[in-house]
Design a protein around this ligand. Structure first.
Ligand SMILES: Cc1ncc(COP(=O)(O)O)c(C=O)c1O
Length: 363
């Protein structure tokens, strides 16, 4: 059912579950890619076999995401965290300002890095509310004249997710690390979106960046090559040796999502999966969801039992049934079920069933 053994359900927030058929294919390709007699990790990144891998990955990414021609697809390294710095380094010149919507620990880190490099304005700050909610458009303070507006579409730790992109000023930039390709993306609104791979897209070590060419044209040139978006684009993500295995697996994941019916189908599946668990929370009178109901995530479902002892007992009970990694992030506590694209609906049903039984026995 899950990745490696049939008896385990992996609810990890990341690195997280990958589709079993992708892992099967990757296992074969580790030994022999495409009948070349050489494994995918052993091919030169300049050779024909890997060139085919990266070109196919890009093509499938564009097809899957319905990405317009004026966007470039980059496979970078350094994780999502490197983007916290690279975005202001490339896009914010002296005297320019960026507006950040602060919705949790990951935007906090992005804001801290951007402040080193430029002028940052907080358009909204959810700290006092414990990051349970997201702002409505009319709550955003956008004074005008920003180079870009930055937000995080799915807040992995708190389980909040934007249903539509926020109002913005300048370019709109989004950290989609924990939800990329869980649903369609509105390209008329976004100018740069990115994600670390290790939740919905593949193994840790690759960062997918989808950037409008206008931003590449206007990005700063006074940076070392490795930190320049335009250099990576010019060199087809092979400026240096790229994470070849990670790119290959990501390409297989794109293909797998396409085979599942694409992003609309995946979105519906994710909504249905999440509803099984949210219904169990709402029906119980026992569990409390962390996120406000109007901004609940389909990817990370956060909730608590009536007290910490019961949280611990729930975890123990779930683990004994093979439901692994349900512990909430240390900053929030409680429980978190991460139900990324590859997570099976049957696993959500099993968790909901356990939640019902546990609430009856302990309520
Ligand atoms: C929304 C979000 N942004 C950024 C990160 C940081 O990712 P990385 O470890 O790839 O730097 C995470 C990791 O969990 C995340 O959930």
């Amino acid at each position: 059912m899950s990745t490696s053994t049939a008896s385990v359900l992996n609810f990890s927030a990341g690195p997280a579950i990958l589709p079993p058929p992708v892992l099967e294919q990757a296992r074969a390709d580790i030994l022999d890619l495409d009948g070349t007699g050489i494994g995918v990790m052993e091919h030169s990144h300049r050779g024909a076999a890997f060139t085919k891998v990266i070109e196919e990955a890009k093509d499938n990414c564009r097809r899957l995401g319905d990405i317009p021609d004026d966007f470039e697809i980059l496979f970078l390294q350094g994780g999502a965290t490197s983007m916290f710095a690279l975005i202001p380094m490339n896009l914010l010149a002296a005297g320019q300002r960026a507006d950040y919507i602060h919705t949790g620990a990951w935007t906090k880190k992005a804001i801290e890095d951007a402040r080193i490099l430029g002028d940052v304005h907080l358009a909204w700050d959810g700290t006092d509310g414990g990051f349970r909610s997201l702002p409505a458009d009319d709550e955003l303070d956008l004074p005008g004249g920003a180079r870009y507006t930055y937000y995080c579409s799915n807040n992995t730790i708190y389980g909040t997710m934007w249903s539509t992109p926020p109002r913005s000023d300048g370019w709109l930039i989004c950290d989609m690390s924990s939800e990329m390709f869980s649903r369609p993306i509105d390209w008329t609104r976004h100018d740069l979106v990115y994600a670390g791979a290790q939740k919905n897209l593949g193994p840790a070590g690759v960062t997918l960046v989808i950037i409008r060419r206008e931003l590449l044209e206007q990005s700063r040139r006074d940076l070392p090559a490795m930190f320049r978006f335009d250099q990576h684009a010019d060199k087809g993500s092979c400026l240096n040796t790229p994470p070849t295995f990670g790119i290959h697996v990501m390409g297989l994941v794109f293909k797998w999502i396409l085979e599942q019916g694409g992003l609309e189908a995946m979105h519906q599946r994710n909504l249905d999966k999440a509803a099984l668990i949210y219904d169990a929370i709402d029906a119980s009178g026992f569990y409390r969801g962390h996120a406000d109901t109007d901004c609940r995530s389909t990817m990370n479902i956060t909730f608590t039992c009536p007290n910490a002892e019961l949280d611990a007992k729930f975890l123990e009970t779930a683990t004994a049934r093979g439901m692994m990694n349900l512990k909430g992030h240390r900053s929030v506590g409680g429980l978190r079920a991460s139900t990324y694209n590859a997570f099976p609906a049957e696993g959500c049903r099993q968790l909901a069933e356990l939640m019902g039984e546990f609430a009856s026995a302990n309520g």
